[in-house]
Design a protein around this ligand. Structure first.
Ligand code: TPP
Ligand code: MG
Length: 539
């Protein structure tokens, strides 16, 4: 190895590599060339995308599917503004990623000289969206900020971290060399007095309800024991989907959008909420979740314990550790009186009631979901977009495994599914993935077909084509507004896909969709499967 000085850009990339980042999604520009010098020298994988937003969505899909953060490299100005939507999505859904941006030269910052890619305050823009947003003025700064970012990925609630480096600093020499930052961890330990208080409530509860979110993903075993011990019901948010097997008698699934489940929650005498914000995007309902019982919350994010769903008992701790403590304390208590679930019947009874309330749109969407389910193995990762099929799928897509159904829940942005699925396949090519988007949402990021073809990803992309911004049209009709701006001219999706070099076919019904998905998973390169509403409609 030569003693030549390293550029700060090269040093930063070597630091990423030393701390476990192996993949970067991005688009190079004249403002971040020094990052790319580093890439070539450290051997990190770079995936070229067709729009910076999709670098963010791909890093999001990479992290959701694998649990590991990836990085995104963007240029100053438009590179940063383009990726912000994806950063917002990652923040609201607690997904880690590193965004590295350049800025114009330091001397020009905030002076309005009109230099290339100028923003008045780039860091402030990122700070409004990311978990943390830092600006480096030296190689030491960059190291310190990255240490903070990597620590944040191991502690508490995960968030995207942003670091910007001025163009002139990127090419300056540094004598610093990469290091592996110390591991941090452990997290908050639940306080014994608080656990005791929670046990007091749970031990007395006649009608206990457990609500679990993405923060409980690693606590499935504990939740199963607890819900069985207290003869209660468990309902998940979309992020918690699959935590218990679908057929488990206590599992109401991700059904908080439905009246039947909301009524059960309101009747519960104790609600235990684990690793969930209890936000409206978790329920898929704009109205507040009514609770008449006492509320126990477990969260690693202390701010959640006293928010607008202020806990009667707030346990600041990791989900699995806190549940272990509760289970241990509960094991000695008397459970003879708990009969709520025994009286009201297994979750399947309530789910059957939910399904009788499906309207024809929901019944049609359910057919699409069943066809998708039949086409993929249990471990496959499904990335869904903001489409009517996915809104129903948030509940009705059946899965017995957590971390298999992914939806842009918190921020709710269109265009997520395709680039996120690409990210998942980059993280783990051995685990099948599928993208499911509406005809309008698909067009937000359809140019990533080029990336999927380039990488030869065996990716089925299901386009649910109802030739409309279907949900918005239905909302307008329901609100008595004449449908406006909800029908647009669609391209020939099959011809578009083929122009990129993808395979494409129309699935004329559920069986063909299932068969098409199975074939797509065997094929090198992506497959667009167009599902036209008329071919799936039920009365
Ligand atoms: C970036 C962004 N812009 C606008 C919206 C509002 N929006 C939500 S769903 C939707 C319509 C999507 O149409 P399509 O993808 O065809 O799905 P469909 O409702 O027809 O199933 C729109 C415009 C959004 N969620 N995100
Ligand atoms: Mg549509």
């Amino acid at each position: 190895m030569s003693d030549e000085p390293w550029s700060v850009g090269r040093y930063i990339v070597a630091l990423l590599a030393a701390n476990g980042i192996d993949t970067v999604f991005g688009i190079p520009g004249v403002h971040n060339l020094e990052f790319y010098r580093g890439l070539a020298l450290t051997g990190l994988r770079h995936v070229l995308v067709r729009h910076e937003q999709n670098a963010g969505f791909a890093a999001d899909g990479f992290a959701r599917a694998s649990g590991r953060p990836a990085a995104a490299f963007v240029i100053s100005g438009p590179g940063l503004t383009n990726i912000l939507t994806a950063v917002g999505q990652a923040k609201t859904d607690s997904v880690p990623m590193l965004i590295l941006a350049s800025t114009p030269v330091e001397a020009s910052l905030a002076k309005g000289w009109g230099v290339l890619h100028e923003l008045d305050d780039q860091r402030a823009l990122a700070a409004g969206v990311a978990g943390t947003a830092r600006s480096a003025r030296s190689a030491e700064d960059a190291r310190d900020h990255l240490r903070e970012a990597f620590a944040s990925f191991q502690l508490g609630r995960q968030r995207p971290s942003y670091l910007e480096v001025p163009l002139d600093l990127l090419s300056k020499p540094t004598s610093l060399r990469p290091e592996r930052f110390a591991q941090v961890g452990g997290g908050p330990q639940p306080a014994p007095a608080v656990i005791e208080h929670a046990i007091g409530l749970l031990a007395e509860a006649q009608k206990p309800m457990i609500v679990v979110g993405g923060g409980a993903r690693a606590a499935g075993a504990q939740l199963r024991k607890l819900v069985e011990a207290v003869d209660g019901y468990l309902v998940t948010t979309v992020a918690g989907k699959g935590l218990l097997p679908d057929s488990h008698p206590a599992n109401l699934g991700a059904s908080l959008q439905f009246r039947t489940t909301r009524e059960l929650v309101s009747r519960a005498d104790v609600v235990l909420a684990v690793g969930t914000e209890l936000s409206e995007t978790d329920f898929y309902s704009g109205s507040r979740l009514q609770m008449t019982g006492r509320l126990i919350r477990i969260d690693v994010d202390a701010t959640k314990l006293a928010d607008h769903y202020a806990a009667d008992v707030g346990i600041w701790g990791d989900a699995a550790a806190s549940l272990d403590a509760l289970l241990q304390a509960l094991s000695g208590s008397d459970r003879a009186q708990r009969r709520w679930r025994s009286e009201l019947g297994p979750a399947a009874t309530h789910k059957a009631r939910i399904e009788t309330e499906f309207n024809s749109v929901a019944r049609t969407c359910a057919r699409v979901l069943a066809a998708v389910r039949a086409g993929i193995p249990v471990e496959a990762a499904v990335f869904s977009d903001m489409t009517q099929v996915a809104y129903l799928g948030n509940y009705a897509f059946t899965t017995d495994k957590p971390g298999t159904w992914f939806h842009p829940s918190g921020y709710g942005t269109l265009g997520y599914a395709l680039p996120a699925a690409i990210g998942a396949l980059v993280a783990d090519p051995g685990r099948p993935a599928l993208a499911l988007a509406g005809d309008f949402g698909f067009q937000f990021t359809s140019q990533e077909l080029a990336t999927a073809v380039e990488l030869q990803l065996s990716l089925p992309i299901v386009i649910w084509n109802n030739s409309a911004l279907g949900q918005i049209r239905d909302d307008m009709v329901a609100a008595g507004i004449a449908p406006t701006g909800v029908i647009g001219h669609n391209p020939d999706f099959l011809a578009l896909a083929r122009a990129y070099g993808a395979h494409a076919e129309r699935a004329y019904g559920p069986e063909e969709l299932t068969a098409g998905i199975r074939a797509a998973l065997q094929r090198r390169g992506p497959t667009v499967l167009e599902a036209v509403e008329a071919d799936f409609r039920v009365a």
